[in-house]
Design a binder for this molecule. Structure first.
Ligand SMILES: [Zn+2]
Ligand SMILES: [Zn+2]
Length: 176
């Protein structure tokens, strides 16, 4: 079992701003659906209180495998692990980046959007496919646009020239 890296996690603040990228996040389920063990099966009739793995607050687990005091803390823990595993950054890094960007996409300036209702992350981590380095946070569209143009700055420049110089061919043509 993986040990969540809770470094720099501040459950209150981070939980409202964080995020997850979501394709890999489908494992997330609300706590209530996740556990089937019942305290009655245990001699003491309840599970021992323990500190939340994310925020450290003492809580009463509803199962021995219950590690977090709330769905937010559970989500933050998974976000932390996802970001560490995928980009080598933590929630605190993401939090600093999104604040620095004023919660806006670095290309279009929009606030972004989620790809599915249960997702929280409006801006995704953009990284260089050659070096692997994180470049910034972008909305899904801008991130995909860069990917589709293969990060090729010459192509992107020519795309701008093309758009600015576009004329209707043949004269007066129009998509119906
Ligand atoms: Zn907690
Ligand atoms: Zn954008």
């Amino acid at each position: 079992m993986e040990t969540p890296n809770a470094k720099g996690v501040n459950s209150g603040e981070v939980s409202s701003e964080i995020i997850l990228s979501q394709a890999r996040y489908s494992r997330y389920n609300p706590t209530s659906d996740k556990f089937t063990a019942t305290p009655e099966k245990y001699p003491q009739g309840r599970f021992k209180d323990k500190p939340c793995r994310t925020c450290g607050e003492i809580f009463s687990p509803i199962a021995p495998s219950h590690l977090h005091c709330s769905d937010d803390c559970s989500l933050n823990s998974q976000s932390e692990r996802y970001l560490q595993r995928t980009y080598g950054i933590g929630l605190s890094d993401y939090d600093a980046m999104i604040k620095d960007q004023n919660h806006r996409c670095k290309i279009c300036g929009g606030e972004g959007f989620v790809m599915a209702k249960h997702h929280k992350m409006k801006l995704v981590v953009d990284h260089c496919h050659t070096s692997g380095a994180v470049r910034g946070l972008l909305c899904h569209n801008c991130n995909r646009a860069l990917g589709l143009m293969q990060d090729d700055t010459s192509s992107l420049e020519r795309a701008i020239e093309y758009l600015e110089g576009a004329t209707t061919i043949p004269q007066g043509s129009r998509v119906k």
